[in-house]
Ligand binder design. Structure first.
Ligand code: SAM
Length: 189
């Protein structure tokens, strides 16, 4: 499924293979203590989604937002216990299913499987502004990257008042990858 989608839409997939279980473990380790309700952006074939369910996040407390309709219906079939919503991460607050999920309870973390590094500044800004609008000041945005630093343009970090901290790294992913946690400046890990 991943490779079929990669052949069709390489730019939006922005990865050469699905994330490994080792990278998924680094994502789980980056979740703040006590995290219960999570939104996942760009779940793809579900590498991080499955790890979160195995970690103990309840199906009802997990919403995955994917904008590729084939991946969305694939994941919906594979993981019927969670909400897999078709939508665009650039307009998180405008998505009715995301709003409904938020009405049911606060979201503590947003896990991003998006290829943020390959996205332009405006797209990064829209995604992160929407994410922190939903989570509030104490939210944590957990992002993987193949690069050596926070995969967000410094101007976007400054405009949104964000700081980034590398929380993990693994060689056992193709390519090797790091995980960063973005928070509002002054908010402790
Ligand atoms: C790099 S792949 C990662 C897939 C999976 N999380 C993993 O790590 O194996 C990026 C995923 O984000 C999705 N995506 C890209 N842009 C998106 C957007 N604006 N809104 C929602 N999903 C998006 C793609 O369709 C793809 O499934």
């Amino acid at each position: 499924m991943f490779f079929r989608q990669w052949l069709r839409r390489p730019l939006s997939i922005a990865a050469i293979s699905p994330s490994s279980r080792f990278l998924a473990r680094r994502i789980i380790e980056a979740l703040p203590a006590g995290t219960r309700r999570v939104i996942e952006l760009g779940p793809g074939t579900g590498a991080f989604t499955r790890a979160m369910l195995e970690h103990g996040i309840a199906g009802n407390d997990l919403l995955a937002l994917e904008y590729n309709p084939e991946l969305q219906s694939y994941l919906r079939e594979q993981l019927p216990s969670i909400r897999v919503v078709l939508g665009d991460a650039r307009d998180l607050p405008g998505n009715p299913e995301v709003r409904r999920f938020l009405d049911e309870g606060a979201v503590h973390a947003i896990v991003s499987g998006l290829g943020l590094l390959a996205m332009d500044r405006e797209t990064q800004q829209a995604i992160l502004a929407g994410a922190f609008e939903l989570m509030g000041e104490d939210g944590a945005f957990v992002q993987f990257t193949y690069g050596p630093k926070v995969p967000v343009h410094p101007d976007v970090m400054a405009e949104l008042g964000l700081q980034g901290e590398r929380s993990g790294f693994t060689l056992r992913n193709l390519p090797p990858a790091s995980v960063y946690v973005l928070r509002k400046r002054g908010k402790a890990a």
